[in-house]
Design a protein around this ligand. Structure first.
Ligand SMILES: [Zn+2]
Length: 340
């Protein structure tokens, strides 16, 4: 049950960790499950873009979920950004099902899932803001100015798009994902001059990945009104997800699948990071792992940076380790009746 994937958004991993550490009878369990289902559907929609973007014939850098700090310390996020030597593409991916109505008369977008009709944020205006924020990010980092083209992509092929008044043309930057290859072809034939060198493109990629600050939820427990004591403590088995497993003779041992591994605790340290945040004390990890020995925990935490001088008061700054990632939801969703 090991999923080794770097591109799963942190927020999705957070929901997944919280979900598995809540007892089945907890009143927040279904709410978390519902959020997990919705975010997973969005993530799958964005992922389907990978296939269509593979039609691009240019040397390109593609970054999913790029989140940058803009002016006045406000963050902006771009679902998919494609940077080539000639131009930049920005995609806002919507994974709606049912019907989307483009109301030209009132310049608004309505989504109708068969039960509820609601107006959603005008994605064209949203794109315009993203493009201008990205433009100023480029200039404030002394990066070359490339033409920016932006599109709203509806990822669900069963989505029905209609207009008010009827039968008018959609704005040209509103497309369905299956049209992406045609759009790419069109753009490729229009933009033929290199502005960046391959070296500059690589430099830009490096800089953007460094500046990227993926969204992570703070105060997770507060948000869902979950008490610390409600969270299931202990070390989890990454193979069969038994929780908690035992420690015997300095080794962790799973009673269900018999897995044993010295570094198995790292999966649970990730769970701690996802649920409680980056800061951890020796005592808080002891409590979460359900272990008495401060020395065992000290050996686990000493690899991290810390604040505080005395050993007793140290606050360690955890980091998420993608090599010890558990992402349970995809195998769960049939059981929980998930729709994606
Ligand atoms: Zn196991």
């Amino acid at each position: 049950m090991k999923v080794l994937q770097k591109e799963i958004p942190l927020y999705l991993l957070q929901l997944d960790a919280l979900h598995r550490r809540l007892p089945p009878s907890h009143r927040a369990k279904r709410i978390v499950e519902n959020d997990l289902r919705n975010y997973y559907a969005g993530y799958k929609g964005e992922q389907s873009m990978e296939y269509y973007l593979s039609f691009l014939n240019e040397e390109a850098v593609i970054i999913p979920g790029l989140r940058l700090k803009g002016k006045s310390d406000f963050y902006f996020q771009i679902d998919r950004i494609v940077i080539t030597k000639k131009y930049i593409l920005i995609f806002e991916v919507k994974n709606f099902s049912g019907t989307v109505i483009y109301d030209k008369t009132h310049d608004q977008f309505i989504r109708d899932n068969g039960e509820v009709k609601e107006v959603f944020t005008n994605p064209i205006l949203q794109l315009g803001r993203q493009a201008s924020q990205f433009k100023s990010f480029l200039s404030s980092n002394n990066l070359p100015n490339l033409p920016i083209l932006s599109y709203v992509v509806f990822a669900n092929s069963n989505l029905f798009i209609t207009t008010i008044p009827e039968n008018i043309k959609l704005p040209p930057n509103i497309i369905k994902s299956e049209n992406v290859p045609f759009i790419l072809k069109n753009i490729e034939s229009k933009y033929r001059t290199n502005i960046l060198s391959s070296k500059e493109l690589k430099k830009m990629d490096k800089l953007l990945r460094k500046a990227n600050e993926p969204y992570r939820a703070e105060n997770f427990l507060l948000y869902y009104s979950i008490d610390y004591n409600d969270i299931i403590k202990g070390i989890i088995c990454p193979e069969c997800l038994t929780l908690p497993i035992e420690r015997a003779e300095k080794k962790w041992f799973c009673p269900s699948c018999k897995k044993t591994d010295r570094s198995i605790y790292r999966y649970s340290l990730n769970d701690y990071y996802l649920i409680f945040g980056i800061e951890a004390r020796n005592s808080s990890i002891r409590s979460f792992f359900d272990i008495d020995s401060p020395y065992t925990i000290f050996r686990i935490l000493k690899r991290y940076k810390y604040i505080g001088t005395s050993k007793k008061n140290r606050v360690y700054l955890l980091e998420y380790d993608h090599n010890y990632c558990i992402f349970e939801y995809p195998s769960l969703k049939k059981e929980v009746g998930g729709q994606t």
